[in-house]
Write a protein that binds this ligand. Sequence first.
Ligand code: HAM
Length: 421
Amino acid sequence: MIQAARGTYDILPSDVGRWQFVERELRAVFERYAFSEIRTPAIEPTELFVRGVGAETDIVSKEMYTFVDRDGTTSLTLRPEGTAPVVRSYIQNRMSAESRMLKLYYIGPMFRRERPQKGRYRQFHQVGAEVLSSTDEPAIEAEVIEMLTLLFARLGVQGVTLEVNSVGCPACRGPFVERLREAIAARGSELCADCRRRGERNPMRVFDCKVAACQGTIAELPALHASLCDACAAHFGRFRGYLDDRRIRYTVEERMVRGLDYYMRTAFEMKSAALGAQDAVAAGGRYDWLAEALGGPPTKGFGFAMGLERLILSMPETESGHAATGPDYFLATIGDEPFRHAALLARRLREAGASVYLDFDRRSLKSQMRLADRLGARSVVMIGDDEVKSGKLTVRNMSTREQIEVTGDDLVETVRSHANS
Ligand code: HAM
């Protein structure tokens, strides 16, 4: 038997209602905040992520699904995240010409070759939002986080905590990174080979190390937070002020650096108590230099992405939005002529607006009735030779068990008038 690839899974019809419910809620909330949807390809040139996310990050150095296209000319990658693709599209499609704040959102699959466990998959789904504009005013950062809190409230997700930090800008990070590089070199013997390599090439990435033996030393390395320049400290102060205005609670995590290179200044993570080890449900931050790094015009950026699997795992069971989806009509037939009659009636009922289940397996009436019950059909229309001859169909209401006789035309008319009311 061929199984789904490791770290991937099917969303079965019995679960898809929950996904559709969440997606509907997400779109409704994004609309309220004036975000528009953008859909970018699932494959991108590898260079986009190398330059955008950073060659030394775990995502780019260890987790990407990368392949050379069949003509041997291009290296392509299944997108591991959505920010770099959105910024690529923004540049390519000259969206900056609109000279207004662009608020974009996306929902779709992402791919990372991580070790699968609960809440961590190799194909997973993110919903994300990116705000691109000419201003780095932190009010929009607080508004985006407020939008997330509204979304959690609508989905009944409780116990989400917010952690924030500032990861500085090139002005304050430059001198800090040199200090960090020296500190790492001085304690190199206590660190793993990955840490030592990163210490030379991209010292901030040392904070991503998950090797248990390194953690004690990493905790004693200097933290950027204490060396922020005045402009970054002021930005962070204003951001916190906007959160306070909204009564949004948070903690400052001075050592949070986030695992992608494009961040500067504000970074945040939201964690859900309902999840296990993989408890980050949403995360994001500011990336004011990314558009330029990808060859575009100077543009300020801020955004987040949320793992849909983790969001759904954090929702209470009752918040499934799983309304009964049984058909309006189950057409039960006995014999060939009634089946042909029913197939045409099914089409008219569907055109009029009803959902119709036609049994193609041609089982006995008794088992058709059982199936109709199991599917949650609201009514069963019984069609045999007599019904075809007389033109009168028997319609049974499955909840009251009442039966009435109507013509096909009347039934179609009833459906049409309901659909229009
Ligand atoms: P990220 O922190 O790499 O950020 O991912 C964001 C969220 O995606 C995580 O908090 C988690 O919920 C989910 N996620 C990540 N990897 C997996 C996985 N293997 N399985 C299941 N869920 C996962 C980004 O991707 C940035 N692009 C966020 C951003 C947008 N920053 C600015 N704009």
